[in-house]
Design a protein around this ligand. Structure first.
Ligand code: BDR
Ligand code: CA
Length: 338
C-alpha cells in the first residue's frame, strides 16, 4: 500500500490499524499538508512509527500547499500538533530522500497492478503524481479515498468535506483521471455520509485498553477537565487516548455528541477489504467556481452529464464489525509491543 495522510487524529488511528494488520504491507507513507502543515504531518507519521516499533517504512514529504488554493489547516479540530492532547517523543527516523509525488510515481511503475493507494488527506500529492504519470490510475490495483459528501452536510462549508475543500483542484484532477476504468478498478470513495456513522465513543477506548492489557481501566469522560491526561500503562493506549479525547471534545463542542468520527480508519478498513462496503458507481466532479459551494463533491448518479463513471461511492457497511476488528487489531498490537 501507499498511504497518503494529513495526520491528524483519525489518520493516526488509520496508521495504527494498518501497522497492526497482517495483510497490510505499507511501502510508503506520504505526508500531505491538511489538518496541520506538512512538516508536522511528517513528524507525526515518524513518531507513530516509533511508538509502534515499526520497521524501516518510508515516510515522504509532500507539497507544502495545495495546487492553487492557499493552505488552510485545522488545529482547532486536531490539536496544535495534529494529534490532540498527545505528546509523542520526537522521532530520530529520517524522512525519505524522495518526495511524496515521486514515491507515488516510482512505486506504481515498479509494481504495476499490485499497489492499493489510500488517501486520507487532501489529494495534492496524488494529483501531482498523475500529472507526471497519467497512467497511474491504471497502474494501481485500487485507490481508496476518504473524502466528499453527497447526500450529507459538509464539515468545512455547508456542502464541502475537509479533504476535498482543502485542495478542490487536486480532487477534481484525480477524479477526472479515473474516468472509464472498469467498475472494479474505480476509486472507492468513502464520503461523510458513511464515515460519520463510525462513531467512536468512550466505551470503545475502554475496550481497546482492555484488549491491550493496559491498566488501570481507561476512562474518558465528558466532565473531565481539559488538563486530564491518560495514565494508561500501555504507551499506545495512553497516547491514542490523549489524542482522541481532544477529538471527542471537538465533536461535543460542535453539537455532535461526546464521540469522534473515525473517517480515516474506516477508509483504511475498506482498503484492506473492499467487501466490507457496498458501493454505487457514479461520475463525481468537484465544484471549483461556486461562490458558496467551492469544494463540494457532486455525483451524477444517472449519467445526466453523459460522462463515464469515475468513482464507486461507499454507501453501506457494518460499523459494529468495523469497530470490533479495529479494537482487536490495534489492541492486540499494543499488547504485543509493550
Ligand atoms: C477528514 O478531514 C480530516 O480532518 C480528517 O482527518 C478526515 O480525513 C474528514 O472530513
Ligand atoms: Ca485525514
Amino acid at each position: 500500500m501507499i498511504v497518503d495522510v494529513d495526520t491528524g487524529i483519525d489518520d493516526s488511528l488509520a496508521l495504527l490499524y494498518l501497522l497492526a494488520h497482517p495483510r497490510a504491507e505499507i511501502l510508503s507513507i506520504a505526508s500531505t499538508a491538511g489538518n496541520v502543515p506538512v512538516d508536522q504531518v511528517a513528524a507525526n507519521n515518524l513518531a507513530w512509527l516509533d511508538l509502534c516499533k515499526a520497521g524501516d517504512i518510508e515516510v515522504t514529504l509532500g507539497a507544502q500547499t495545495p495546487l492553487l488554493a492557499p493552505l488552510m489547516t485545522t488545529e482547532d479540530t486536531h490539536g496544535p500538533q495534529g494529534i490532540g492532547y498527545a505528546e509523542l517523543p520526537v522521532s530520530q527516523r529520517k524522512l525519505s530522500n524522495r518526495n511524496a509525488t515521486n514515491a507515488w510515481v516510482e512505486l506504481v511503475r515498479e509494481r504495476p497492478g499490485q499497489i492499493t493507494g489510500l488517501v486520507t488527506g487532501p489529494l495534492t500529492n496524488l494529483a501531482m503524481a498523475i500529472r507526471i504519470e497519467p497512467a497511474l490510475p491504471r497502474l494501481l490495483q485500487r485507490l481508496v479515498v476518504m473524502g466528499g459528501a453527497f447526500h450529507h452536510p459538509g464539515n468545512t462549508t455547508p456542502t464541502s468535506e475537509w479533504n476535498i475543500a482543502v485542495d478542490p483542484e487536486a480532487a477534481a484532477e484525480v477524479f477526472a483521471a479515473f474516468a472509464g476504468l472498469p467498475a472494479d478498478r474505480l476509486p472507492i470513495v468513502c464520503p461523510l455520509d458513511i464515515t460519520e456513522t463510525m462513531e467512536m465513543r468512550p466505551d470503545h477506548i475502554a475496550r481497546l485498553a482492555e484488549r491491550a492489557g493496559s491498566s488501570p481501566a481507561e476512562v474518558i469522560a465528558d466532565h473531565h477537565a481539559p488538563t486530564t491526561r491518560s495514565a494508561a500503562s500501555n504507551p499506545v493506549i495512553r497516547h491514542f487516548s490523549d489524542a482522541v479525547r481532544f477529538y471527542m471534545e471537538f465533536h461535543r463542542d460542535h453539537d455532535q455528541g461526546f464521540l469522534a468520527h473515525m473517517h480515516d480508519p474506516f477508509a483504511a478498513a475498506v482498503a484492506l477489504d473492499p467487501s466490507i462496503v457496498t458501493c454505487r458507481v457514479a461520475t463525481v466532479d468537484v465544484e471549483l467556481a461556486g461562490t458558496l459551494t467551492r469544494g463540494t463533491t457532486v455525483a451524477d448518479w444517472r449519467g445526466m452529464w453523459g460522462r463515464e463513471p469515475n468513482a464507486a461511492i461507499a454507501t453501506t457497511t457494518d460499523p459494529v464489525r468495523f469497530f470490533d476488528d479495529l479494537i482487536d487489531r490495534v489492541g492486540g498490537m499494543a499488547e504485543r509491543l509493550y
